[in-house]
Write a protein that binds this ligand. Structure first.
Ligand code: CU
Length: 477
């Protein structure tokens, strides 16, 4: 999805004129704001798809396509999405990473009832702050069946300049009817917990959660290599990549042959630009990176799964005017630069510091796997989970301790948080909304409770979330 910036401006102006749907009432606050409304119509339905490699199969889609349409707006505009559900079960849309009003957050049983088959729902919120985001269904395993897409908020006062920009959604697929859930098996509920799960409806469809699938297609914007659209560049271009990971259960290590990647944003938040050879991106994370096209040739941007596997996801980078057919893959060897969270620093450190005295502290032990069908926080399985009570204005600290053998990308809805490492100075922090907590790792996050409501907090491995690794942050009066 190459966006020529002049074309983008034209398109934006054009769609301003086309907005405004008679008969749909805005919420009072939004209608008073007089901000431009960008409207999108999404129908959620099953559709036949093909990833460019492998068989046709039936996926769950927005508007018949995977990924769903890219939503691209300017900061401060109003996003209105009219969702109509043609699926056989209820659905919602979650706007991952955007600190929006609670009622628009799209979490079934927490912020809204699922939109049932045949019904419609209007999501409407201000696009803020600028950054790279993902939208996806938050019901059952629908994300792994195709219900996701990119959401890009362009800054109102752009600070960066670049010549080309690409949005790259990295997706793990099972290329069979129904997508991810078609190549897994259900863990039988065991013991007392199992009995409890069986009695509860709506969770794991009452028959215990699913194990993670065996994926057979790693796609970029809905296509598997070699069907992936190449990234075309010209010598001298500054190229921006918006890397999004809407995968359900895959962490990628990315490397571009012949070029270093400069990280400029983590989960939409600007950082002091940092060069890296390898970039790790967990489920729900977004990284904006740039590179300078100064090595003409045909190269591959390759992702491996969390350090394992060989070249399972490939994106060609082609210089215009290069005749050579040979495509050079990257090598993954010792001694490559591998930026971790601790190497990164906020671009605007004056926008806050980490407090040494939080108002609340919630320790969260992450467990499960091994001999249990469930994944747990402090030994509990959602919805039989803790409620993390906070009051507006408080600084809240969450301390993760991962007791399991799997990494967990933990995601907090409705807020950005600062990542805390006690050995770093107070003014050295980054702000994110999804954080990989590695096996046996202890790490803390801190957020300002400034967005009242009930906010889901969970592992972004879909198969861990559906197996209980979730709870809710609740604002008290
Ligand atoms: Cu997890």
């Amino acid at each position: 999805m190459d966006v020529n910036r002049r074309t983008f401006l034209k398109t934006t102006l054009g769609s301003f004129l086309a907005t405004g749907l008679p008969g749909v009432s805005l919420t009072e606050a939004l209608s008073k704001s007089k901000k431009p409304v960008k409207e999108f119509r999404f129908h959620a339905s099953k559709a036949r798809v093909n990833l460019g490699v492998g068989p046709d199969f039936t996926a769950w889609t927005y508007n018949g396509q995977i990924p769903g349409p890219e939503i691209r707006v300017r900061e401060g505009e109003i996003i209105r999405v009219v969702l109509k559900n043609y699926l056989p079960e209820g659905t919602t849309i979650h706007w991952h990473g955007i600190p929006l009003p609670n009622a628009m957050d799209g979490v079934p049983g927490v912020t809204q009832n699922p939109v049932m088959p045949g019904e419609s729902f209007i999501y409407e919120f201000e696009a803020r702050p600028a950054g790279s985001y993902i939208y996806h269904s938050h019901v059952h395993y629908q994300l792994d069946q195709g219900l996701y897409g990119a959401l890009i908020i362009e800054p109102s006062n752009p600070r960066e300049s670049y010549d080309r920009e690409y949005t790259l959604a990295l997706e793990d697929w099972v290329m069979r009817d129904e997508g991810g859930v078609a190549n897994t098996r259900r863990r039988p509920p065991m013991g007392m917990m199992g009995g409890m799960m069986r009695r509860r409806s709506g969770f794991g469809q009452g028959r215990g959660p699913l194990l993670e699938p065996f994926y057979d297609g790693y796609a970029v914007n809905g296509k598997v290599y070699p069907a992936v659209s190449p990234l075309e560049v010209s010598k001298g271009d500054r190229v921006k990549l918006r890397l999004l990971n809407p995968s359900s259960a895959t962490i990628y290590d990315l490397r571009l042959a012949g070029h270093a990647l400069t990280i400029t944003h983590v989960d939409g938040n600007a950082i002091v630009p940092m060069d890296t050879d390898v970039l790790r991106i967990g489920m729900g994370e977004r990284y904006d990176v740039e590179f300078v096209a100064n090595k003409p040739g045909n190269w591959l941007l390759t992702a491996r799964e969390g350090g394992f596997g060989e070249g399972m996801l490939r994106i060609p980078v082609q210089y215009n005017g290069v005749r050579r057919k040979e495509v050079v893959p990257p090598t993954f060897h010792r001694g490559l630069r591998f930026a971790t969270y601790w190497d990164l620093q906020a671009f605007y450190p004056s926008e806050g510091s980490v407090s040494r005295t939080a108002d609340r502290f919630y320790p969260q032990t992450l467990g499960g796997g091994m001999h249990s069908p469930f994944w747990t926080i402090n030994g509990r399985v959602y919805p039989n989970a803790e409620r993390l009570a906070v009051r507006k204005g408080e600084r809240v600290r969450i301390g993760y301790w991962n007791h399991s053998m799997m990494p967990h990308p933990m995601h907090l809805h409705g807020h950005f948080f600062k990542v805390v490492l006690p050995s770093l100075p107070d003014n050295r922090w980054i702000q994110k909304d999804t954080l990989i907590v590695n096996p046996m790792q202890r790490v803390e996050i801190e957020f300002l409770a400034d967005n009242p409501g009930n906010w889901f907090h969970h592992c972004h491995n879909l198969y861990h979330m559906e197996a209980g690794m979730a709870n809710v942050v609740v604002y008290q009066l």
